[in-house]
Design a protein around this ligand. Structure first.
Ligand code: SF4
Length: 98
């Protein structure tokens, strides 16, 4: 049964883990935090939907961290799949030289 929206953060498994794990440096491994989200957290679904709401309309480059078991690019892809409005970064509009 889904947890009420108001208290799901109190049940987040990541609150007991070093937050830096969920914000790896560019090129760093995302396997460990994704495993925590996908196998150890009872509120993954609520977390992912909160991230999707908070990031609504954002381009890829403004999305950070592993949330709800997904990396930023995967959340962006999910937004596109859902038909949500998604912004484009300067890089996506003008290319690498911008
Ligand atoms: S799904 Fe992952 S990021 Fe979200 S609350 Fe659970 S452990 Fe934290």
């Amino acid at each position: 049964m889904a947890k009420p929206e108001s208290n799901w953060r109190e049940l987040a498994t990541c609150q007991f883990i070093d937050p830096e794990m969920f914000f790896p440096l560019k090129g760093g491994s995302t396997e460990a935090p994704k495993r925590v989200c996908n196998t150890m957290c009872d509120v993954r679904e609520q977390c992912l939907e909160a991230a999707m709401r908070e990031e609504y309309g954002m381009c890829k480059t403004l999305r950070f961290g592993i949330r709800g078991g997904l990396v930023p690019d995967s959340r962006y892809a999910l937004a596109v799949e859902r038909g949500e409005f998604v912004g484009k970064s300067e890089w996506e509009i003008h290319g690498e030289a911008a």
